[in-house]
Design a protein around this ligand. Sequence first.
Ligand SMILES: *Cc1c(COP(=O)(O)O)cnc(C)c1O
Length: 414
Amino acid sequence: METSPIDAVDPEIAGLVRSEAARQRGVLRLIASENYASAAVLAATGSCLTNKYSEGYPGKRYYGGQVFVDQIERIACARACSLFGADHANVQPYSGSPANLAAYLALLQPGDTMLSMSLPHGGHLTHGWKVTASGTYYRAVQYGVRKDDQRIDFDQVAALAHEHKPKLIVCGASAYPRVIDFARFAEIAQEVGALLLADMAHIAGLVAGGAHPSPVPYADVVSTTTHKTLRGPRGGMLLCKAEHAKAIDRAVFPGLQGGPHDHTTAAIAVALAEAATPGFRDYAAAVVANAAALAEGLLSHGFDLVSGGTDNHLILIDLTNKGVSGKVAAKALEAADIVCNANSVPFDPRKPFDPSGVRLGTAAVTSRGLGTDAMRQIADWIATIVAAPGAANLHAHLGEAVRALTAQHPAPGL
Ligand SMILES: *Cc1c(COP(=O)(O)O)cnc(C)c1O
């Protein structure tokens, strides 16, 4: 058994961490927001930088001892600007949600109107959904997808923009399987004098790797997580045009946060170096090719995919025609070591806690080197399991096949 320094202090937690590592090695991880960070990213995350305090920005700190931290944060920002072609980067947001809140703090006054994608149609909670801070302090008007083809309804976006004159239009999603037309959003924002925030949390790795168009030329501010397709540590990042740099920096600190997580900053810098390599472009292309192959396999088994397929890393299955709920399907799949999440589909008649769909993503399985043949195999397994969601013996049997597959593809970082 491999041991870690945790064992000597806390065997209980050490054992659970070991079990989680074994789980991440053994199962097929199809949760669209998850990935495998590299050993280098994990090492930076676990480094001594967790001991440091550095409120402020490089060259303007409120504490001493910043000689190395300043260099690390400057490098992280420079790499972000160079990779994404941005004027300015702030790498301090603790995660995607605070990054969005900081963007609102920089661009809006309380009570101002934003126009954003609704959660049930694929948007994120932090885009003005009622139960969140964004929905409490701002007035959110929300657009969605068309009923017929389940693509973003730009006629509705334009009509709502002209009717409500929002100060900010928010685009970007957590459960939208198609390319987002950032240029079209920018056009509408310009027509009504709104600012544009593009939240690329899910697709940042695809953008970095050239597998999805970039929002950076079109949006005033771009927010992102760093741990989804971008494959960095848990964290957030804001990119913006030069004219918003001061407001964005002030909103993150002191507006919303205290000391930045310097260990995360270092790990973001490492992840951005990885993302600038030719190998990462190959990974991004493979993520999309794998999603397409998985979608094709699922369609051949009669699955109903939201929007009919995918252009990116994620797939939303509407299980209504299979007579199984999303929760039941996700639970049966997990019994066979295929892990995904239940998800609402647009115009879902079912409740969010037990919705009609499941969401699948190919970033993590691509990071461990699975290819399109494996995707077709996975589609076959999913079809078999969803056809018999109560068959525990079958699930256990397929779980053995799943583990035989994952055993051939070592999980990076673990
Ligand atoms: C995941 C996500 C976020 C939030 O990120 P956290 O790191 O979980 O706070 C924000 N926006 C979108 C579109 C996301 O998918």
